[in-house]
Design a protein around this ligand. Structure first.
Ligand SMILES: CC(=O)SCCNC(=O)CCNC(=O)[C@H](O)C(C)(C)COP(=O)(O)OP(=O)(O)OC[C@H]1O[C@@H](n2cnc3c(N)ncnc32)[C@H](O)[C@@H]1OP(=O)(O)O
Ligand SMILES: O=C([O-])CC(=O)C(=O)O
Length: 373
């Protein structure tokens, strides 16, 4: 007989990884041994993606080569191009991305290859294409003319350009770039685990990240950042504390709070809170930031819960001009770098992931013909 399961696999070690590490008690996060506090604001998203996918922080030559690969990888394939308009009309953003990335698998020049070299090329292309897919989806549904990707711009600068239609100011680009760095990888979170389960059957990288996108979408995971903004929009700025207390008393969860691993402040939230405050003050209307601070105080006072990465990311994206329903797609733009690195790592030392289950159903049932049931 199987052991009792741990509900939600809490504390179960499901994989070995050299990609990221969390100290949940101390509130620390590391990518390949580098403290997130040393990376955020000092290392670009491109450098971070190289660190995760290629194993080291790049020197100038390596970064130039990887950057050129990313710029070259931005071009979308024919099948994706042909289907963007209809998908934008019929699917919500995360559903659309799930479909478009699946189609991108059919367009990929390495689609029939699973070698380590092909996986690295696919990882770069997927990382390059994800922001373009979000922007092209948004343009198709709004009918807006979208600037062409600018080969001279970083992923962060190009994304803000394509989403808002104008060149973002350099500080906004720095902040958005740091957001991408902060969201890039996070040990065995649900979407990464989904990607690794898929990859461990020796399925291909596109299939694995499609599983991950579908998993990130849920409001208990990446979908929480959109819900945080919806909550802020639903509250009266004058009665935030009482409304949050009422919701908690009614047994509701407040999105953007709590975490399976962190028992103290999520180190990413420390950066995002600061960025949210800076952007709020620069915008001349800090209402949502002040409401967020009040929510944070009440949730801590009432439940002892800290904000997670999704809480202040919501107002940061809002102040940067990202539409609310694209917040989770923005998360996927960053996490694509981590998912693909995990697929590479899984394929490099693979064993099928197949846990056991505890049977809790009926036993010794007596079969009857259909007319006697
Ligand atoms: C990128 C990310 O994925 S970060 C997480 C994003 N998700 C969210 O912000 C959604 C809100 N938060 C949650 O639902 C949870 O805290 C999770 C999913 C993040 C972690 O879940 P778990 O580790 O399974 O904790 P679980 O949901 O069992 O919560 C434990 C207790 O804290 C409470 N709790 C946890 N989070 C919250 C919350 N946000 N608001 C109110 N109560 C909460 C639960 O109700 C539960 O209380 P109980 O023991 O009295 O029943
Ligand atoms: O680790 C988790 O469970 C969720 C999370 O914070 C992330 O994926 O960034």
């Amino acid at each position: 007989m199987a052991d009792k399961p741990t509900k939600g696999l809490a504390d179960v070690v499901a994989a070995s990884t050299a990609l990221s590490d969390i100290d949940g008690k101390a509130g620390r996060l590391f990518y390949r041994g580098y403290d997130i506090h040393d990376l955020a604001g000092r290392t670009t998203f491109e450098e971070t993606a190289h660190l995760l996918q290629c194993g080291r922080l790049p020197n100038r030559d390596q970064l130039a080569a990887y950057g050129a690969e990313l710029v070259g990888g931005r071009a979308l394939g024919a099948l994706v191009e042909a289907n963007i308009p209809e998908i934008a009309e019929k699917q919500a953003p995360m559903e659309a991305l799930r479909t478009l990335v699946s189609l991108a698998g059919a367009d990929d020049p390495d689609k029939d290859a699973g070698s380590p070299e092909a996986n690295l090329r696919k990882a770069a292309r997927l990382t390059a294409q994800q922001p373009i897919l979000v922007a092209r989806y948004h343009a198709a549904r709004t009918g807006a003319a979208i600037p062409e990707p600018d080969p001279g711009l970083s992923i962060a600068a190009n994304f803000l350009l394509q989403i808002t239609g104008r060149a973002a100011d350099p500080r906004a680009v720095e902040i958005f770039d740091a957001c991408l760095v902060l969201h890039a990888d996070h040990t065995m979170n649900a979407s990464t685990f989904a990607a690794r389960v898929c990859a461990a059957t020796l399925s291909d990288m596109h299939s694995a990240v499609v599983a991950a996108i579908g998993t990130l979408k849920g409001p208990l995971h990446g979908g929480a950042n959109e819900q945080v903004m919806r909550t802020l929009e639903s509250l009266d700025p004058g009665s935030v504390a009482q409304a949050v207390r009422d919701r908690l008393a009614a047994g509701e969860k407040i999105m953007g709070f709590g975490h399976r691993v962190y028992k103290t402040e999520d180190p990413r939230a420390t950066h995002l809170r600061r960025m949210s405050q800076e952007l709020a003050e620069a915008s001349g209307d800090d209402t949502y930031y002040r409401m967020s601070k009040e929510m944070e105080e009440v949730v801590f006072e009432t439940k002892g819960l800290y904000p997670n990465v999704d809480f202040y990311a919501a107002t940061v994206y809002h102040y940067l001009g990202v539409p609310t329903d694209l917040f989770t797609p923005v998360f996927s733009v960053s996490r694509m770098s981590g998912w693909t690195a995990h697929v590479i790592e899984q394929h490099a030392d693979n064993r099928l992931i197949r846990p056991d289950s505890e049977y809790i159903g009926e036993r010794d049932q007596k079969w009857k013909p259909i007319d006697e049931r």
